[in-house]
Design a binder for this molecule. Sequence first.
Ligand code: HEC
Ligand code: HEC
Length: 384
Amino acid sequence: MTRLGLCALALSLTVAACRKPPQPGDPLAGLTAQERDRFVHGRVVFDSAFTPATGLGPLFNAVGCGECHEDPKAGGTGDEVERHATAFHPAAAGRACDELAAKGGPVFQLHVTPLLHAALGIDSEPVPPEATAIARRTTPAIFGFGLLDAVPDSVILSYADPDDRDHDGISGRPNRFFDGRLGRFGRKALVPTLREFNEGALIAEMGVTSPAIPTEETVAGQPLPAGTDPAPDPELPREATDLLDAFVRLLAPPEQKLTREARQGREVFERTGCARCHVPALRTGDSPVPALRHREVAAYTDLLLHDMGPELADICLGLATPSEFRTEPLMGVRLRSKFLHDGRATTLEQAIDLHAGEGAAARDRFRGLAAGERAALIAFLKTL
Ligand code: HEC
Ligand code: HEC
């Protein structure tokens, strides 16, 4: 039967069955009219370009969320690369990682407003000498991340095997925020909730204060010179922050387009051990939003930390050591053209080839695959 015919048949059952699958940048299917409305208004906040008069800076990386998360649509990837720095002291009593919060870290902004430049003569926030590593961070896509936020902690913790009790060479351990809550957002999985990441991005990326974070950061630990931050705090009111959060939360995950070759590749993906970390599906728990509640999300991550070996290592963050990274969700990987946390891989093969540490065994199995199997696996990744 033609698609049209099927749709005509389905029409009598449910109209939803014929809806075009969501495209990148679209909202989740099945939202209420009010939720869609908040999504649309939230996108305006996401795409706004701030100025010093509306709250930009004095330190910032870009003028709006949409300047970085833009490709192919708002919420996507971007070519901006940021600078993060921390200090790792593994032998220290207590916390081994110093996020350099008292020195303006861990994000060291690359731009300053004209007023701050005039006052201090700097073009970016200096990284203090205490830092033991500086990291480059590419802009990831955040399509479908509202679903990742709705996955219960218990699901993530069920994949953790910190002492590798099953002896498969893969441990997987949770990162924890400073108050002990399970972390999941950011390349090092430090931030527990999407809400906190979004609010943190306002201040860290644009220097925009909000009711949640009403004060500006210091300049590498020094207070802002008088008169360099003209906009009154909070620079973004509660309602706008809420709308911004709604937009990010309600972005649909990219639709998977399985071809026949890709189906074979999925089997190779499982057999090669990729799915040990890139867990194909996670299930969400309760949520006030029905479209996020008890859904399966094709995340291809366990949201846990894995030791990826010394070549990829950079900064520590929370409990994450320099060589530990969160399994990057492969959801939407087809939309990316640079891979790994700093974008050093320009092809999927390269990204796999750079897996070491806990990822070494899977990488070696990938290298040992027949050419056809390898091609099928790559074809599969390109459907995600
Ligand atoms: C200067 C570019 C830039 C701007 C502006 C920016 N982001 Fe990001 N965003 C990034 C980078 C880089 C990361 C990855 C951070 C990391 O690797 O830990 C990121 C990560 C995220 C994540 C977590 C993704 C993950 O993998 O867990 C969310 C959510 C997010 N950004 C939302 C926002 C929102 C909302 C705004 C606006 C308030 C914003 N971002 C502004 C560059 C940017
Ligand atoms: C031990 C856990 C583990 C295993 C096994 C594993 N990965 Fe990964 N993978 C990761 C982590 C962690 C990252 C993020 C590394 C980084 O950003 O530096 C990652 C990143 C990636 C990326 C880059 C994604 C992006 O958007 O930057 C791809 C592609 C990928 N893995 C594919 C695979 C494939 C295919 C396999 C099987 C051959 C595999 N991985 C096995 C943990 C794993």
